[in-house]
Design a protein around this ligand. Sequence first.
Ligand code: SAT
Ligand code: MN
Length: 588
Amino acid sequence: MRSHGSSLEALNRWVDDVARLTEPAAIHWCDGSDAEYAALVETMLASGDLLPLDPEKHPRSYLHRSSPSDVARVEHLTFVCTPEQEDAGPNNHWMAPAEAHAKIDALFAGAMRGRTMYVIPYCMGPIDSPIARCGVEITDSPYVVANMRIMTRMGAQALARIERDGVFVKGLHSTGDLDPERRFIMHFPEELSIKSIGSGYGGNALLGKKCHALRIASHQARREGWLAEHMLIVGIENPKGEKHYIAAAFPSACGKTNLAMLIPTEGYRQAGWKVWTVGDDICWMTPGEDGRLWAINPEAGYFGVAPGTSAKTNPSALATLGHDAIFTNVAVTADNRAWWEGLGEGEPATDWQGRAYDPANGPAAHPNARFTVSAKQCPSWAPESEAPTGVPISAIVFGGRRPSLVPLVFEAKDWAHGVLVGAAMGSETTAAATGAVGVLRRDSMAMKPFCGYNFADYFAHWLSFDKPGAKLPRIFHVNWFRKDDEGRFMWPGYGDNLRVLDWMIQRVEGLAKGTETPIGILPARDELNVEGLDMPPGALDELLRVDVEGWQEELSAIGLYLEGFGERMPERLKAERLRVSKALDAAV
Ligand code: SAT
Ligand code: MN
């Protein structure tokens, strides 16, 4: 079988090579058209890959049920295959490239027999943006094609750009036999290539997302002087009509989508504040001629966590999901509507595995059940998402699930301190990856599962942005997840998080002085707007308290963590940790 889908010989040749290895029954070059999508949906409805939902409530929306053993990213089967193990670092699983190719190619041999092989040209970022990058994913999964069409700029325009530039990331994917024993997600950063087999799940199979836009891109970004980050991008418009863009890194399933789509509370809305959504998961930032960092969202859609999404927690997400959505592993009601824990309406009749709902089987929707939907459907979608230049970033925010110790918000003293704050980030694990949930782990910049190279080199790369002429964003740390002695959340979160963003913007604009502490700058007593907040007495003091002894222990733990990266750890970062540690000692 020969394929001539492109004028780019290198692309045709690769497609031929893959076809020879995987032996598909047919090859389909995706053009990204509506007709193509409609035909794919028909194919999947016929095969049972997609199930119809109530067309009144969910126009042109479908349910996909994955294999029960294929519901999340599999970090233990995800490899970064650099020639030297040191370059992948202790933060990655590593395999030598030759060994990895041999191992995975053996699984790809004949893997597409009897199936159609789809060739998906895609662009990560606005098609005419110099910051955007392209790739081609080959897959035998129509579900992946449909999701890639929502999540990326896919089809003819992307192919034209690839043919013009001659460069693209090669991603090869097959659903394989879904046997977790024969599942691998391999990255070859030096070859700009990805091979993934045995899983149909988002982060493992939609190769434009975590595999390309984070693991491969972070590697490229280091070489080329930019940053590929696991961050949402949100635009905050104040009553004067001025917009500040904030990029925020939280681990998977810690509320990035909610913050990106924040709805201002009544007081803020009346005062004229508006929130604009640029991205909810990935951010590519590059220094502009003006010294600022300019960011694009490389994605075109949201692959969000469904459970917990409600008219109360995230009305924008719910509105976004009103039509043309794909739901994966949610439950359904008796009248065939999508349902998940925390939706706040209806009752589940059938669980995510298609069984009659029985609480004895656990939650009705899988805790990592997802929706896929076009970003443009979001009521707060920012038109600047399409700007080829991206948007200028005023503040970077790090955060995680920290039930104790870490205050609601603090600001790093300067860039180097901010890099330490990001590197030291910790969070309780969630259902977005397989493994125990609720265990504290360090997740530097929320990139532990996604950095395509040694974290020590990554921290050095971050530090390198601090140079003459740079107008870098301020760096903050937040913690929406503090709990009291009874295990209740102390901060209301969601729309009220705008109060915290408001303070950050005041800092950026030089309007708030803040209070200096050994761990950074916290809001002064009267600077955080708590008007109308219903909080128990003393709660705010507790949320803004710096527990010096607790932080001394934290800094020791951070020291041990950084030591784990050995010789390559930048001296500047070690010195920064020592500085904070000494400031704490002096405060006892
Ligand atoms: O599952 S994905 O990797 O696509 C999303 C996430 O975990 O952030
Ligand atoms: Mn993510």
